[in-house]
Design a protein around this ligand. Structure first.
Ligand SMILES: NC(=O)c1ccc[n+]([C@@H]2O[C@H](COP(=O)([O-])OP(=O)(O)OC[C@H]3O[C@@H](n4cnc5c(N)ncnc54)[C@H](O)[C@@H]3O)[C@@H](O)[C@H]2O)c1
Length: 481
């Protein structure tokens, strides 16, 4: 009897141990599982921090700027800023002194005084410590964005940071928290939201042309084979070698989030992600870095579900030979927009305002509208921002002009004391996709909750609004928040 009891107890103990190990909740460094969904740590808002929704400061009539990071991308920004009214370029900084110095020529050509030069890995600190700079414009490698931005905000500067501004969820929170505490703008320099087709489509979407947008697609598909040798100190391949997930999500994702009013009436709930193995990435890294592993899959697909039942797809592939493609697709109940590989629209006939657009014939609802109709629609629905600045933007250039539109809007909003078009929550939401997709893929595509960086305020502002001179954000905020 005693022997039987011991055996029974041993059996129960073994059963409990096995249940324990199989039921043990999965957990990573910064996440745990709740009801089958991976949930990353979401810190509470600390005392002394305030929401940055619709945040604006006193107007800054002359915006004094310091640039940090003058490799391939940064010098173009310096040049564009010489074409903006009401801007003084006070400082130029790059790790390598010759790169900072080389940008003086843009200032000289524009008849502007030379700027102070800083160099070395920590030269940006001296730039941020100056008391005659309002905005620090950061175009360094991904690994250094956050430390530079935090230092700048701690020293009272507004910051504009290249894409992706942050590459980890923790860094997204650090930028949100520091911006909320220091009350400094922290904007990502996501230029693709200002591209001519995307901004026109946003205007059409806001006027209801697509009906309710139910699904969006975006991508960054750009074969970087010719460029891997060009990045300073090999930072880009090095990052891809060490990190899985969609490491460059914002160009494809930003315009889609804007069309869906993310954190302005809707929010992302969870995502799932799946990546291929690395073949071409590994091949190039083996040759260049002598490594045998490569974390970033050649092609990665991520799907996001929103609170109000919309779906979003985003892809990343910088390794295989394909035509450049950001997809940009909006599927609405009443219409459809597509940018790559062919630009086109499809609409229910009832969506066309025949009084305003009498020349548009009856449409075939199964096909793209004709080029003639498309061009009429693009002209009619041109966004007011493009109406204002398109011509100059195309002359100054920068990805066909969209980069200048972005810089123009940043400076315009600062000069007029308006909320910026993109806030720190956009930055965090668009950037967090990197690490969240990596976590999902590494856990057999388990769903991962997308953090609410607004900490519950995602439904307080109704719809995305690009402010124009004379509008009163204070009145809007008082009503809505
Ligand atoms: N929005 C766009 O369309 C677009 C296009 C290209 C690049 N980018 C982004 O711009 C950024 C820069 O990319 P890039 O192609 O110019 O790379 P790059 O390697 O050519 O330039 C990066 C520069 O940063 C400098 N740097 C590194 N650490 C520094 C530090 N501590 N202080 C000062 N300078 C430092 C490097 O010396 C280098 O000159 C990246 O974030 C990239 O994703 C955006």
């Amino acid at each position: 009897m005693k022997k039987q009891l011991i055996l029974a107890l041993a059996f129960v103990a073994a059963l409990m141990t096995s249940c324990k190990s199989s039921d043990k909740p999965l957990a990573g460094q910064n996440w745990h599982v709740e009801n089958g969904v991976i949930v990353t740590n979401e810190p509470r808002r600390a005392a002394g921090q305030q929401s940055m929704l619709e945040f604006y400061t006193d107007p800054i009539p002359v915006v004094r700027v310091g640039f940090v990071g003058l490799g391939m991308r940064g010098p173009g920004a310096v040049n564009r800023f010489t074409h903006l009214e009401g801007v003084e370029i006070k400082a130029l900084c790059d790790k390598y002194p010759d790169r900072a110095h080389a940008c003086q020529r843009y200032l000289t050509n524009a008849g502007m005084p030379e700027a102070a030069e800083y160099s070395g890995e920590e030269g940006y600190k001296q730039l941020c410590e100056r008391d005659d700079i309002d905005l620090v414009y950061i175009a360094t490698n991904w690994q250094t964005h956050v430390e530079i931005a935090l230092y700048a905000m701690e020293h009272g500067k507004h910051v504009a940071i290249e894409v992706p501004s942050a590459t980890s969820i923790e860094d997204c929170w650090r930028l949100v928290d520091t911006s909320e505490r220091t009350r400094r703008h922290c904007m990502m320099l996501e230029n693709c939201v200002y591209d001519f087709f995307e901004l026109t489509c946003l205007n059409m979407a806001q006027q209801g042309l697509f009906g309710e947008i139910l699904h969006t697609e975006g991508a960054y598909i750009h074969n970087l084979t010719p460029y891997w040798d060009e990045y300073a100190d090999n930072w880009r391949l090095d990052f891809n070698q060490k990190h899985g997930g969609d490491v460059y999500p914002t160009h494809g994702f930003g315009p889609c989030c804007e069309a869906l009013n993310i954190h302005r009436g809707d929010k992302m709930e969870y995502l799932v992600s799946m990546a291929t193995k690395s073949v071409n990435g590994l091949k190039v890294a083996k040759a260049k870095m002598g490594v045998d592993e490569f974390a970033c899959g050649d092609h990665i697909v991520t799907l996001v579900m929103t609170k109000s039942g919309k779906s979003m797809e985003i892809q990343h592939n910088v390794f295989t030979p394909r035509p450049y493609n950001r997809l940009y697709q909006l599927t609405g109940t009443e219409g459809f927009a597509n940018k790559y590989p062919i630009t086109g629209f499809t609409f229910h006939n009832s969506q066309i305002d025949r009084d305003a657009l009498p020349d548009i014939p009856r449409l075939d609802e199964h096909s793209f509208v004709s080029d003639e109709v498309k061009n009429k629609l693009l002209q009619y629905y041109k966004h007011p921002i493009h109406q204002e600045i398109e011509e100059k933007a195309k002359q100054v250039g920068g990805h066909g002009g969209m980069d200048f539109v972005m810089d123009y809007r940043l400076i315009y909003c600062l000069q007029n004391g308006l909320p910026l078009d993109q806030d720190v929550y956009d930055l965090a939401e668009w950037c967090c996709i990197s690490e969240l997709s990596a976590i999902s893929h590494a856990n057999k595509s388990m769903p991962v909750r997308v953090p609410d960086f607004t900490r519950g305020d995602w439904n307080k502002v109704k719809g995305l609004h690009f402010y124009m001179k004379g509008e009163l954000p204070a009145a809007k905020i008082a009503k809505k928040l």
